[in-house]
Ligand binder design. Structure first.
Ligand code: ARG
Length: 430
């Protein structure tokens, strides 16, 4: 620019600048979206007859119908009978995991194959209205490749915040325990001891992680782990979370068992995933530390009905019979106590694109419809500290919008069947 100014006389420079701004303007596009209603998640109410004015990727204005002149030639999405909501956010998915391949069946998918599977899952997830997801664990760095492909525009999918390989103790829930010792299989995220886990956090960040996921307790789907037993020690969890904090990343702990949940909270983790076996003290601690719970209370239905066909081990099915019911009770208690909640589905264990089914279960187990919608919109945005740009339909925020046919506050099942999806101001489903 400096060089140009040097060579161009003033009058030519002015013309050049004017041309520049004209060509810029011709890229700017206005889209009007009107509907019967809009869910205002910030104020917890339904707003009637809104018109959203979208310029490029941003909502620039929200007004009542009749209060704005919509030019006849304008791009206008007139959604009569429909309700607008902010793009949904799922804080626990595994886009590169195939829900029809569990247990030993999963061993046949290479990391590149998993990345390619993620392409299809990403599209299904976006079409289901989820415009932002947090991917909590993938083999290799397949999720990081997928995020980058979406950001580069090579692949269509939600905005992704990714963990890379989950941290685990040797033989823990996030190790791979399926094969006998002579195969020498160890998952990428395995590390033991405070310095080793710090090093693992640094490695994940080096290769592009946005969030640090670690397995604090055993799990349902892993071979040979006790779902209720703690795995990382308090000291190790402290090291993981403090290293993540140091680098400005949020952290997520897979934790079913009570003691592991408490240790993760005390370490200062951002979200506890699953949080199945809660007691009064765990709930009190979460409130004290401001910890979010991300409870996948829909998964159990798929595991128990389709799991066996998909290759889920018998021992895992047995564990699920205990965990599923207890987790739903815990969810009710946590909601009642007012613990902060984000929507987390664990999609990948069950089919991608079915994420929205969980909204109705969240109401069935104790939330109001508005609370469940907030858990899937504004709460995750606040937790990820992106609420200045996302999480609600507000002037100045990015235009991530979904529409459903009817009033979701009266029928939460509508959220599992969205009719329109807009991401970054672009209509991706209509
Ligand atoms: N990934 C989790 C695990 O293996 C799935 C738990 C699903 N069950 C449930 N009731 N939420 O532990």
């Amino acid at each position: 620019m400096l060089n140009l100014m040097h060579f161009l006389p003033l009058n030519k420079l002015t013309i050049f600048a004017a041309l520049l701004s004209i060509s810029f303007l011709s890229y700017s596009k206005t889209l009007y979206v009107s509907a019967d209603a809009m869910v205002d998640v910030k104020n917890g109410k339904l707003v009637k007859s809104p018109v959203l004015v979208i310029e490029n990727d941003t909502i620039v204005k929200i007004v009542k119908q009749g209060k704005v002149d919509i030019p006849v030639e304008a791009d206008h999405l007139d959604l009569q009978g429909q309700t607008l909501l902010p793009g949904f956010m799922d804080m626990h998915v595994h886009l590169t995991s195939d829900p029809t391949k569990h247990g030993y069946k999963r061993l046949s998918s290479s990391i590149p194959r998993q990345a390619l599977f993620g392409v299809t899952s990403a599209k299904k997830t976006l079409m289901a209205g989820f415009t932002t997801v947090r991917n909590l664990g993938a083999t290799g760095y397949a999720d990081i490749a997928l995020r980058d492909a979406i950001n580069d525009g090579d692949v269509i999918g939600p905005r992704m915040f990714v963990a890379g390989p989950s941290l685990s103790i040797t033989g823990g829930h996030c190790d791979n325990n399926l094969l006998p010792p002579e195969f020498k299989v160890t998952a990428t995220g395995v590390a033991n001891g405070p310095w080793a886990v710090r090093q693992k956090v640094r490695e994940n960040i080096k290769y592009g992680a946005d969030v640090i996921k670690f397995c604090a307790t055993g799990g349902v789907l892993s071979k040979g782990t006790k779902v209720g037993a703690q795995q990382f020690s308090q000291e190790e969890m402290n090291a993981i979370v403090s290293e993540a904090n140091l680098r400005g990343l949020v952290s997520a702990a897979h934790a079913h068992g009570t003691e592991g949940i408490k240790a993760a909270i005390k370490a200062g983790v951002t979200t506890v995933e699953h949080a199945s076996f809660l007691d009064k003290e765990a709930i009190k601690l979460a409130k004290k530390y401001g910890t979010y719970f991300s409870m996948d209370i829909y998964t159990t239905e798929y595991i128990l009905s389709e799991g066996e066909k998909a290759g889920i081990l018998q021992e895992s099915l047995d564990k699920e019979r205990v965990v599923g019911g207890k987790q739903r009770e815990s969810f009710r208690q946590a909601v009642k106590a007012g613990v902060k909640m984000v929507f987390g589905s664990d999609a990948g264990v069950y089919p991608h694109g079915d994420n929205g089914q969980q909204f109705s279960r969240m109401v069935q187990f104790g939330m109001t419809p508005m609370q469940a919608i907030q858990a899937g919109t504004i709460n995750p945005a606040t937790m990820l500290k992106i609420d200045g740009k996302l999480g609600s339909l507000s002037e100045g925020k990015l235009a991530d919008i979904v529409a459903v046919k009817g009033n979701p506050l009266e029928d939460m099942l509508l959220l599992a069947d969205v009719s329109v999806v807009i991401k970054d101001g672009k209509i991706v489903k209509q």
